[in-house]
Write a protein of this length. Sequence first.
Length: 266
Amino acid sequence: MSITWRARWRSAYPPDRTAKQPMADSGTISSSLLIAAIRRAIDVLVAVTGLAIAAPPSIVIALAIRLETPGPVFFSQIRLGRMGRRFVLYKFRKFRHESETSGRMVTLKDDPRMTRVGQVLERTKLDELPQLWNVLIGDMSIVGPRPESLEFADCFIGPFRHLLDYNPGLFGPSQVAFRNEGALYPPDHDPHEFYRTVLFPDKARIDLEYFPRRTLLSDLIWVLRSIAAVLSPPKLPVQGISTALRVPGDRSIRRRSMAANHADKV
């Protein structure tokens, strides 16, 4: 009976891989399964609590969206999850409804598709509140790499494939570093190409520097850092990206980012 339970748990929540992982013994496997179980329990607890707390402001946001422009309250899109599994991600709608089915797959600074309510949601990140539902049902975690749209599925090549070893999340190092991502796109570059060749690789390297060495404590610190980044005044994008990202138990990410170097040249 215990073997059956353990096999089912490993299938549902496989342990995180590390960059240099020795041959696992029974003790290592049990420890990994325990940590995975604790993380999942924390995800469920935070998601349930967050959804309850977010219910009143969510009603206000929904009314504001419907009053300003016609269309649905929620924006939904297929994203890539752990091991490449597809799932439906939910957000509060920021754009005019007719512009969501065509056009760019990235959001630029002062994006003309964005509504006035959407601009507030973008600055405060309140548009991501519905993703607590994604966390609750297991599509996402509280801490993890951001889930990419199918448009950029071909970016997961070489070492970047290992990003799919982890459940995507609301908070994390790249979310803090790229808090003001929309301001990074040069006006004379194709946004999709710039994301593929500069921003995505930079995000991936930051996340792959952190997640193989993550701990429960460092995850908590990144949640707090992410919240602080949202509440603090916007910084220049280059400053945000090139800042050293240090957490207990992790190597410091002190290198000059590709996006920062590129921004200096344009």
